[in-house]
Design a binder for this molecule. Structure first.
Ligand SMILES: Cc1cc2nc3c(=O)[nH]c(=O)nc-3n(C[C@H](O)[C@H](O)[C@H](O)COP(=O)(O)O)c2cc1C
Length: 291
């Protein structure tokens, strides 16, 4: 594999930004509503965003200094004047309007109006929330941490969530947010976005309370398989104990297994792979352990 190695000091800031944003992706989007000291409302998206603590509940986003002109964004100026922000999450039905709201309108222009979002008063803070957002977090700003003084420097806006609004249509029967319904979008490199919906979603069973044996504990013939992928081995390494020989031998009663056995190792591994991808990890491992 040919590798290109890059010293961040030897490329332009836009180039560096390109590598960082395309590689550190998909990034969730904070649709941040803020107000200045005169109560003027601003609404802008920020994908330098994530959660960093549950107790206390902390969200952080970062309005950067503009590369061109090294000026600051209204969202940053506002949180320095009024230390509050409403962070709205963005789902697919909102994505084009959200993008429109990222336009660099002059100070005082309300992007709720420009982008056609419903401005709903917040309960505990002055900054309004986006009525269309599946979830809105009313936050107080604890700290603003500048990461540099040049164009492209981020400013960490460290926020504590003080109230959460959730649209009930995105809850499951147990009252939890339903990942399959919420249809969130994320920012990639360039103009690309990702949509977390349908076939794009998948689950990985991770037994938090047990401990997988690890890929290193799998027999060499499995680890060096020419058929199995890294993902296949990762799933197998999650198993807690290797099955015993009587259980393994029983697999020979399975007609497909018996047939694959006559065709050789690769056929057996391909069958195991099918079972693995169908979610039958134990069965797959027994097939792989057959002699
Ligand atoms: C999806 C998306 C994500 C963005 N993420 C960021 C970001 O993390 N940091 C940033 O400084 N600008 C980001 N931008 C650009 C800002 O939204 C844009 O500069 C905005 O107009 C700033 O507005 P303001 O000056 O009113 O705060 C993003 C734009 C889009 C469309």
């Amino acid at each position: 594999m040919a590798i290109k190695t890059i010293d961040p000091n030897n490329i332009s800031i836009p180039e560096l930004q390109g590598y960082l944003q395309a590689a550190v992706a998909p990034r969730p989007i904070a649709f941040a509503s803020t107000v200045d000291k005169d109560g003027q409302v601003n609404l802008s998206p920020f994908s330098f965003f994530n959660m960093f603590s549950t107790n206390p509940p902390i969200l952080i986003f970062s309005p950067s200094r503009r590369v061109r002109g090294n000026t600051t964004k209204h969202s940053l100026d506002n949180v320095l004047e009024i230390a509050e922000v409403c962070i709205n999450v963005v789902n697919y039905p909102m994505v084009e309007q959200m993008s429109l709201a990222s336009t660099e309108y002059e100070k005082g222009v309300n992007e709720f109006v420009k982008a056609g979002f419903t401005q709903v008063p917040s309960t505990l803070i002055q900054a309004p929330r986006v009525g269309e957002a599946p979830v809105a977090f009313e936050c107080k700003v604890l700290q603003v941490l500048p990461l540099g003084t040049e164009g492209g420097a981020g400013n960490l806006v460290i926020c504590q969530v003080i109230l959460i609004h959730v649209q009930e249509q995105y809850l499951d029967e147990a009252g939890r947010l339903d990942t399959t319904k919420i249809d969130l979008v994320a920012r990639m490199g360039g103009n690309w976005y990702a949509r977390a919906f349908g076939d794009a979603l998948f689950e990985i069973p991770k037994p938090l309370f047990t401990r997988g044996i690890g890929i290193d504990a799998l027999p060499e013939a499995i680890r060096n398989s020419t058929v199995l992928t890294g993902n296949n081995l990762g799933r197998l390494g999650n198993i807690e104990v290797l099955p015993g020989s009587p259980e393994i031998e029983l697999m020979k009663n399975d007609a497909e297994v018996a047939e694959a056995l006559t065709k050789g190792t690769d056929a057996l591994h391909r069958l195991a792979q099918l079972r693995l991808e169908a979610g039958n990890t134990e069965e797959a491992l027994k097939i792989l352990l057959l002699k």
